[in-house]
Design a protein around this ligand. Sequence first.
Ligand code: DX5
Ligand code: ZN
Length: 218
Amino acid sequence: MKPIIAPSILAADFANIQSEIEMLNQSQAEWIHIDVMDGLFVPNISFGFPILEAVHKHATKTLDVHLMIADPGRYITQFKNAGADVITVHAEACTHMHRNIQQIKDLGVKAGVALNPHTPIQVLENVIEELDLVLIMSVNPGFGGQKFIQNTYRKVKETKQLIEAAGSKTLIEIDGGVNQENAAMLLQSGADVLVAGSFVFSSPDPIKTISSLKEVVY
Ligand code: DX5
Ligand code: ZN
């Protein structure tokens, strides 16, 4: 199966957000990845509701919201109201992860949990059947343009096994340092969704770059 491509607008030109979104609308990307950072859970601040609302106004694609924020249960309803179709919270940021997943699902939004590079996949053992998405961080969250961590392949395989053992339809999303070189092996390992920020937006022809990721042979 072909992967879902989710360009991360963290690497987009915010002064021209409308034209960036219109470009993505024309591309083969099915999702648009929205990185929300609070300066507490991660050492960076990106943007919040007004930018998501602006993206929502123009986007014809699924809005995939990655919350890198402490205690995300506080804001789930607001992110849904701002236009989120998928909401992913970090396992490390949730004291009551099961409750937060239910909160998301009760709003009719797809629910994901993200894992930092140091977090073992086993923390999802008791919730995997509830999840629409597992997001495996292939860099430490907080910044675009970082180097891909090689251990990710092994972790994706483990995640796939956990999902299959549970008989669940959960998708596996990879986030951080994704490019043309590592895409094939990620898909072979079991990935379904590829996030790409700088690889897409720093390329001379983002639409073509998105197609080339979509068509990766594996
Ligand atoms: C990192 C973010 C990523 C980031 C990916 O904290 O979660 O989504 O935008 O950017 P690249 O593809 O440049 O690593
Ligand atoms: Zn992200």
